[in-house]
Design a protein around this ligand. Sequence first.
Ligand SMILES: Nc1ncnc2c1ncn2[C@@H]1O[C@H](COP(=O)(O)OP(=O)(O)OP(=O)(O)O)[C@@H](O)[C@H]1O
Ligand SMILES: [Mg+2]
Length: 422
Amino acid sequence: MTKQLTFVILSAGIDSLRELRGALAACDGTQLLAAGDDIEQLHAEVKRLRPSAAIVVLGAQSGPALRFVETLKAEFPNMGVICASPDASPDLILSSLRAGAREFLRLPLIKEEFKTVIERVSELCAVQEEAPKKQGRAVAVFSSKGGCGTSFIATNLAAVMGAPTVLVDLNLQAGDLTLFLGVEPKYSIADLVENRERVDDALLKSYLAPHSANLSLLAAPREADDADDIEPEHVFDVLRILRERYDYVVIDPQHTFDSITLAALDQVDEILFVLTLDIPAIRCAQRALAIFDRLGYPRHKVHFIVNRWSKQIDLDLRQVERYLGERVMGIITSDYRTAVNSINLGQPLVESEPTSKIAGELRQIAARIAGHKAAPAQINPADAEDKPRRLLGGLFRRHAKVSGASGAGQAMFDEKKEPAAI
Ligand SMILES: Nc1ncnc2c1ncn2[C@@H]1O[C@H](COP(=O)(O)OP(=O)(O)OP(=O)(O)O)[C@@H](O)[C@H]1O
Ligand SMILES: [Mg+2]
C-alpha cells in the first residue's frame, strides 16, 4: 500500500468501535481520522476531512445508518463506504449494497476478511485518485463600512487579473455587480448552491454570466428571498467548486461580520481591506483588524487598500499606517467622474479607461495579488511633497478635541498611544 488510506468510523456500539479502531491501528498505511456514534457530527467531519473511506456499523436499528451510507454515496461518490455488522444476513448485505456500500465486513472481524476489504478499498482509491485539483487564489475585497468602493475595486481587479477569474457577488440580499459588469444573468449563486452536488464544468458555466474571455460573474440572487436558503457551508462548497476551475476567485462580500461573510473570509487566501482616509473608515479598519485577530487570521492575510486617495486629504498615510500597525498595500486615487462613468457604462474602468491613473493603480494591486506579494504602497513623491506635514499632527489633535477627547476617540488620534482596543 503506497498511499495512506484515511478512515472515519460510525458506530453506536463501543465494542465494535474498539475492535475496528484496533484493526485499523494494526494495519499499515491506514489512519483513523474520526469516529463516533453521532451521524450529523460525523457527516460534518467527513465534509471537512474528506477521508478515503468510511466504515459504517449497522446495529439493530440499521435505518439511520443506511441512510447515512446513501448520503455519503451521493455526496462523495469516490469514497469507499464499508458496512459492518454482526448480522451478516443476505437481506442486510443487500440493503447495504443498495444504499451504496462497496464492501461488507462481518463482526467480530475475521482477520483475513478485514485485510482483503482494506486492500480492495486501497485499489479503489488508487484507481480513483485524481490528478491534483487546481486551487485558484481566492481574494475577498472587504470593508466593514459601506460605500468605500469595495464593489468597484473587486470588479476592476477581477477584470485585470489576466487569467480565468470569477467574480462572486456575496451581497446576497442586494448585490448589484451585474450593473458593474453590464450583464444580465439568468442564474445566480442560489442555483449553484441548489445543484452543487451534481455540478460539472458545463452546468457551472451555465450559472455564470460571462463578461469577457477571462471574467465571469456569479451573481447574487435576483430576489432577496432566494438567499434565505443559502447557509455558510454552502458558501464553503461554492468557493471550493470555483477554486478548482478558476485561477482567481474575487469576492465582494457584505460589510458585516455575518456568518456568510465569515465563511468566505475564513476560506480566502487574502483579504483586501478597503478604507478611505476618513476617521470613521479608519476606525472601522482598526476594529476589523481586532476581529480578524480574534478569529485567528494571520496578519499577512489582510492587506489594506486606501481608496479615493487625494493629496488634498489632510490625514497622513504613514500616520494611519502607524495607527493600524500595518502597511498599506495599495492606493487608488480619487477620481469620481472616471469611476462613476465606468459604473454607469457597466464596464470595468480598467477596460473603459485603461490609461487612467486609477486603472494603473488597480493593475499594480492585481500584480501584487498575482505575485502573492504585499509590497507597501508608494506615494508618488510629487504628490506627497507639498503635503502640509506640520498640519497633520495638529489635525490629529484637533480631531481628538472635537471627539471630546474621550475613550477610543482620544486613543485613536493620539499618535503616542497604542491603538485603542475594541
Ligand atoms: N477611486 C475612486 N474615486 C472616486 N470615486 C470612487 C472611487 N472608488 C469608488 N468610487 C465611487 O464610490 C461609490 C461607492 O462605490 P462602491 O459601490 O464600489 O462602494 P461599496 O463599498 O461597494 O458600497 P456599498 O456599501 O454600496 O456596497 C461609487 O459611486 C463609486 O463610483
Ligand atoms: Mg458594494
